[in-house]
Design a protein around this ligand. Structure first.
Ligand SMILES: *Cc1c(COP(=O)(O)O)cnc(C)c1O
Ligand SMILES: [Zn+2]
Length: 426
């Protein structure tokens, strides 16, 4: 069965066959991958996925439009996704919430959510015989592409702004990618990458450009769906046809940080796929969190339209620092179509969120902690349904940006090696 039937433009609805296009629509719009939902529905029941042995994103292979490359078996590429959901009872209490969960994407092979997209894009590159993969990145997308490519011996070229945090640049280099640091912003790197890919015939992973990134990122929604069924007793029908959850139960509310808007669009796509299969009864509410200084998508959402006006981005959360978000339209819709909203947070709120999560044993980079900062702000503004279970997505590891982490805490004192000095500091 060929489950991948083509693409549909998210702006003009024009349809393409798989071989007709590689990146975007002739109108410039991002393409949604279209699966053969009727055939999938006939062939599979939820249990056919839920009983698979894989504990990573390849568990959902029947719903991903690539084949798993044999060469990737038992490599880091085979281990992307499958991240844990942890319970945060003390923070829940502090915020006055009944249930608070955190999906920890820092546990991916290269320590960010981006591995989901890069694993699937590298699989696609292998399928299409691409010799070189390339991406623009603020750091994580590049680290993920470089890592997944290294796992299977694929050549990777990465363009990152020269201001990218050193740990991310170190990952790129250690994974053996050709790294070019651009004297400019992420947006400059993005445009340069598109030109270079055309010129040299490289396969371009750029976020909000390559349709397969969403197909990788949507697997987080599949995992959340499994979590909803298992832990929250909601999310789908029992095989007998009866509802698993009482219909009046408050919906799961998901907080996720937003830069280009591709992660939030991917999570939304995953839930829409499940809905199209008839496997999801309770669409979660998706809330996007942007940094105040990089809020082009939140601005469009608040204006009630889909017109993305570029900003001049300034935030310490480098992973969500974007002038012109490349997936803004689908990102606005992810919140609007699920009854969610957009929240903006200051850098000070992000830093204090790093410390709050740290106090629970979770080490998040600024963009990851931003989602928790958004939750705290939403609760303070009285936006949340009391009793609704909340899930915050930590998109990246604190080890990615140690300088920002140090700004969130008091520096440690340096002491003389004697007991007197200890007493002074206790
Ligand atoms: C890329 C990234 C984001 C934002 O994802 P977008 O698709 O750009 O919205 C958030 N957090 C981290 C850690 C990231 O790497
Ligand atoms: Zn179009």
């Amino acid at each position: 069965m060929d489950k991948f039937v083509g693409y549909r433009c998210s702006l003009c609805a024009k349809e393409y066959l798989p071989a007709q296009v590689t990146y975007t629509c002739s109108c410039g719009g991002n393409l949604d991958v279209v699966l053969d939902y009727d055939a999938l529905k006939k062939k599979y029941q939820p249990d056919d996925l839920l009983c698979r042995d894989e504990t990573n994103l390849w568990r959902y292979l029947p719903l991903i439009p690539v084949s798993f490359p044999k060469i990737a078996e038992r490599t880091p590429l085979s281990l992307a996704g499958g991240t844990p959901v942890i319970f945060l009872p003390r923070l829940a209490k502090k915020l006055g919430l009944e249930q608070l969960w955190l999906k920890d994407e820092s546990r991916n092979p290269t320590a960010s959510f981006k591995d989901r997209a890069s694993a699937v894009v590298v699989a696609r590159a292998i399928e299409t015989g691409a010799e070189v993969v390339v991406t623009a990145s603020t750091g994580n997308a590049g680290a993920a592409l470089a890592g997944m490519a290294a796992a299977v011996g694929q050549k990777a070229v990465i363009f990152a702004p020269k201001t990218a945090p050193p740990a991310k640049v170190a990952q790129l280099l250690v994974f053996g990618a050709k790294v070019l640091l651009v004297d400019g912003t992420y947006d400059d790197a993005f445009d340069l990458t598109v030109k270079a890919a055309e010129e040299f015939g490289w396969y371009c992973r750029n976020t909000g450009y390559n349709p397969f990134t969403v197909e990788g990122k949507k697997t987080a929604a599949f995992e959340i769906w499994e979590f909803m069924r298992r832990e929250l007793g909601m999310g789908g029908r029992k095989p007998t046809g009866g509802l698993v959850a009482p219909v009046n139960k408050p919906r799961l509310t998901i907080f996720v940080s937003v830069g280009d808007g591709n992660i939030i669009a991917g999570i939304h796509k995953g839930f829409k796929d499940l809905q199209a299969l008839g496997w999801l009864d309770h669409m979660p509410c998706i809330i996007g969190v942007q940094a105040e200084g990089s809020a082009a998508i939140a601005n469009a959402f608040k204006a009630g339209n889909e017109t993305i006006t570029p900003v001049s981005a300034t935030t310490l959360a480098d992973s969500i620092s974007v002038d012109l978000p490349r997936d803004g339209v689908r990102a606005v819709r992810a919140a609007r179509e699920t009854g969610g909203t957009y929240i903006t947070v200051s850098d000070a709120e992000i830093l204090s969120a790093i410390a709050e999560l740290g106090s629970q044993g979770v080490f998040a980079e600024p963009a990851g902690a931003a989602a928790y900062a958004g939750l705290a702000a939403a609760q303070a503004q009285g936006l949340l349904d009391p009793g609704a279970p909340i899930l915050v997505v930590n998109t990246g590891s604190g080890l990615k940006d140690v300088r920002a982490a140090m700004q969130s805490v008091q520096a440690a004192p340096i002491i003389q090696p004697d007991l007197e000095s200890i007493k002074k500091h206790l």
